[in-house]
Design a binder for this molecule. Structure first.
Ligand code: TRP
Length: 330
C-alpha cells in the first residue's frame, strides 16, 4: 500500500451523455485529471447486469462513451481510459472477494432493493450478477488501490460496501487494500427540460452531441417560470427552470441582464430562451467539433481504449500479484 493521489471511476455504456452528466460528473473528472493519477473506465460488464439480453447494444455504446469523454475535454494522454471487460483482473478479484462477502450485505443494499422493486416487467433482475453488482464494483476500485472514487450520492452505499469488503479482506488475508474515500460530486446543477432530474428515461435531456436544430426545438418547448403567465407578469429567475441553464452557459454580465429583465417583465420567456439557446450552442460547439474529428477516424476510440487497457492491466497486476502472494496462489 502506498500513499497516492489516484482516482478511479467508471460509467456504464448505456447511452449518449447529456448535459446532466456533463455538469454532474464530467466537469469533476476533467478537473481531477489535471493533477491526479486518474483511471476512467467504460463499465461494460456492469451494463450487462441489467442489459444482459442486449449485449450488441452495449458494444455500440462503448466507443461512443469514449468520444463523449474526449469531446467534453478529457485528454487521453493525461489519464488512462480503458474498457473494464478487457482487464480480466477485475473478474479475478470479483471471484476472490465474492468468497468473503456475506450475502446479507448485498441483500441490504438499498440500490439493489430499489431497482429490483421498480421492475417494469420487461427485465428479470433476480440474478446472481445483479445481486453481486457491488462486489464487482468493489473489485473495479480495489484492484487499483485508489485514494478516491468520485461518485454521486446514489452510489454511496456501494462505496461503503467497497470499504467494508476491503477491511474484511485485509483482516482475513493481510493488509492489501486501501480503503478508498468518496469524492462526492454535487447533485446535478441542472434540471431536465421539464424540471425533473435530467434523464434519458424521462425524455427530458439535451445530449452533448445533439443536432442544433433538435436542441432548438427542445429549448423552445421548455417549461419556464410559473409566475409569468402573461408577458407583463414579473418573473422570478430563482424559480425558473431555464435560469440554471443560463447560469451555466451564459456569460455573467448577460446572466445579470436576463435576471433583471425577467423580474421587471421587460423581456418575454421566448426571447430569454433564444438567448440561452445561442449561448448553449457556443458552449457545445467546441465539443461537437472535437466529436467531428473523431468521426473522421473510426478506429480512434478503440485505439485509445487499447492503449488504456494495457496501462490498466499493468496497474492491476501489481495488486493482484500482492494478493495472490498472500493467498499462496502464485
Ligand atoms: N455503478 C456505477 C454507476 O452505475 C458505475 C461503476 C461501476 C463505478 N464500477 C465503478 C463507478 C467503480 C465508480 C467506481 O454509475
Amino acid at each position: 500500500m502506498t500513499a497516492n493521489n489516484r482516482i478511479v471511476s467508471g460509467m456504464r455504456p448505456t447511452g449518449p451523455l447529456h448535459l446532466g452528466h456533463y455538469f454532474g460528473v464530467l466537469v469533476n473528472w476533467i478537473d481531477f485529471h489535471k493533477d491526479h493519477d486518474c483511471l476512467f473506465f467504460v463499465a461494460d460488464w456492469h451494463a450487462l447486469t441489467t442489459e444482459y439480453a442486449d449485449p450488441q447494444r452495449i458494444k455500440g455504446f462503448v466507443p461512443e462513451l469514449v468520444k463523449d469523454w474526449v469531446a467534453a475535454g478529457l485528454d487521453p494522454n493525461r489519464c488512462v481510459m480503458f474498457q473494464q471487460s478487457q482487464v480480466k483482473e477485475h473478474a479475478e478479484l470479483n471471484l476472490l472477494l465474492s468468497m468473503i462477502t456475506p450475502v446479507s450485505w448485498l441483500e441490504r443494499n438499498p440500490t439493489y432493493k430499489d431497482v429490483r422493486d421498480q421492475l417494469d416487467g420487461t427485465k428479470d433482475l433476480s440474478t446472481f450478477g445483479f445481486l453481486g453488482y457491488p462486489v464487482l464494483m468493489a473489485s473495479d476500485i480495489l484492484i487499483y488501490n485508489p485514494k478516491w472514487v468520485p461518485v454521486g450520492h446514489d452510489q454511496l452505499p456501494h462505496l461503503e460496501l467497497t470499504r467494508e469488503i476491503a477491511r474484511r479482506a485485509n483482516h482475513l488475508w493481510g493488509e492489501t487494500f486501501v480503503e478508498p474515500e468518496a469524492k462526492l460530486t454535487q447533485a446535478p446543477k441542472l434540471p431536465g427540460l421539464d424540471g425533473r432530474k435530467m434523464s434519458k428515461s424521462y425524455g427530458n435531456a439535451i445530449y452533448l452531441g445533439e443536432d442544433p436544430e433538435a436542441i432548438r426545438k427542445k429549448v423552445t418547448g421548455m417549461v419556464t417560470c410559473v409566475k409569468r403567465v402573461r408577458l407583463k407578469d414579473p418573473g422570478e429567475p430563482d424559480e425558473c427552470n431555464l435560469f440554471p441553464y443560463h447560469q451555466l452557459v451564459t456569460p455573467a454580465a448577460e446572466v445579470a441582464e436576463v435576471a433583471c429583465a425577467c423580474r421587471a417583465a421587460t423581456m418575454g420567456c421566448g426571447d430569454c430562451k433564444k438567448k440561452m439557446f445561442a449561448n448553449l450552442l457556443n458552449f457545445l460547439e467546441p465539443m461537437q467539433a472535437r466529436r467531428r474529428e473523431f468521426d473522421q477516424d473510426p478506429d480512434l476510440a478503440w485505439d485509445i481504449l487499447k492503449n488504456g487497457n494495457d496501462k490498466a492491466r499493468e496497474a492491476a497486476a501489481v495488486v493482484m500479484d500482492d494478493l495472490k502472494g498472500k493467498l499462496n496462489f502464485c
